[in-house]
Ligand binder design. Structure first.
Ligand code: ASP
Length: 345
């Protein structure tokens, strides 16, 4: 019997990668995927079937909204049984947010969903988009004993395959735009694609479960030296606010001023969830390590270990949207549910 070809669905959302020079105006315009095989004849040399799906509205990812995350989730859900893997072409600016969100929205994912983009448009000679795209296709198609090698939401960018909900965009200029500061690479790409199999989530063979009820009553407050009572109070007074991500210094530290601790304590007593995430790109929150975090722990601020802000935001929207009790949300905020954090005992 002939073996079936691996099949991939490429979902194009917009961003720099899909831009090309208009031959008449010479301006950068979104690429028409109907002509993809003429633009990239090399695609024909892959031994797998590749289909393309463009979102109706192509966007710069700075315009990304959770409604797009929901559309993407729907596209993957509808096509889940039809394809072996998915490649999502996305602007790099908010790619870490979308990849984080999809990791929570797609429970029991057993197929690759590989996000990629580029710093230079595909239609520019020195583009990084071509390599990023072609390698992402190879990764999405990769199998080991007939099982996908990377059955998780990941970002591939300039040699590195990273768990999506561990990434942050940290460079607007260089081709290696993303960092995964607290989790090892899923694969390192050079002449060979070297998968770090021990770091990749194993398939659980359960049925895909999609979650689209996100709650947007979440915000982020980044601490800085000199932050005023006014700023803190106004943020905590946002009508309907259910959770606040407090971006703290170092290993979860914050000012010890009485007014500051009081404001947070009152808000927690009113029912607000405050989630402590470090501003550092690497390392973990350790409440109580320094005197400057002891009070936070005492008043009920929840430590987010080494979770990224992008992932914390998506996780809170997801957990609150699911309608869990507050106690359960607090428990899950300190548990790794999609490999998004390392919980130190
Ligand atoms: N502003 C663009 C976007 O995020 C940048 C990129 O694609 O890399 O859509």
């Amino acid at each position: 019997m002939m073996e079936e070809k691996v099949s991939l669905l490429v979902i194009y959302t917009g961003g720099t990668i899909g831009m090309t020079k208009d031959p008449v105006s010479h301006a950068l315009v979104p690429f028409n995927f109907d002509n993809i095989y003429e633009m990239m004849p090399v695609l024909k040399s892959f031994d797998f079937r590749i289909d393309f799906h463009s979102l109706e509205t192509l966007i710069d990812s700075s315009n990304m909204k959770p409604s797009f995350w929901i559309s993407l989730t729907h596209i993957i859900e509808t096509n889940y049984e039809l394809y072996d893997g998915f490649v999502v072409l996305h602007g790099s600016d908010t790619m870490a947010y979308t990849a984080s969100a999809l990791s929570f929205m797609l429970e029991n994912l057993n197929k690759p969903v590989i996000f990629t983009g580029s710093q230079l448009p595909m239609g520019v000679i020195r583009t990084d988009g071509r390599e990023n795209f072609l390698t992402s296709l190879e990764i999405a198609a990769a199998k080991d004993e007939n099982m996908p090698l990377v059955p998780e939401v990941a970002i591939y960018f300039e040699n590195h395959l990273m768990r999506g909900n561990r990434t942050t965009k940290f460079n607007a200029e260089r081709f290696n735009a993303f960092v995964s500061g607290n989790y090892p690479l899923l694969a390192d790409v050079g002449v060979h694609i070297r998968y770090n199999k021990n770091n990749i989530i194993k398939p659980n063979f359960k049925k895909l479960k999609v979650h689209i009820n996100l709650d947007f009553n979440v915000t982020i407050l980044k601490l800085f030296p000199g932050i005023s009572e006014n700023v803190v109070k106004s943020t905590l007074a946002i009508p309907g606010l259910k959770a606040l991500i407090l971006e703290t210094f170092g290993s979860g530290n914050a000012p010890t001023d009485e007014w500051f601790i009081h404001c947070l304590e009152n808000a927690i007593n009113r029912g607000l969830i405050i989630y402590n995430v470090t501003q550092c790109k690497s390392g973990s929150v350790e409440l109580g390590k320094y005197e400057t975090s002891v009070d936070l722990g005492r008043i009920g601020v929840i430590g987010g270990f080494d979770i990224t802000t992008e992932s914390a935001l998506a996780k809170l929207m997801y957990l609150i949207g699911e309608g869990y009790s507050k106690d359960r949300i607090i428990e899950l905020l300190q548990t790794s549910i999609r490999g998004e954090m390392t919980v130190e005992e």
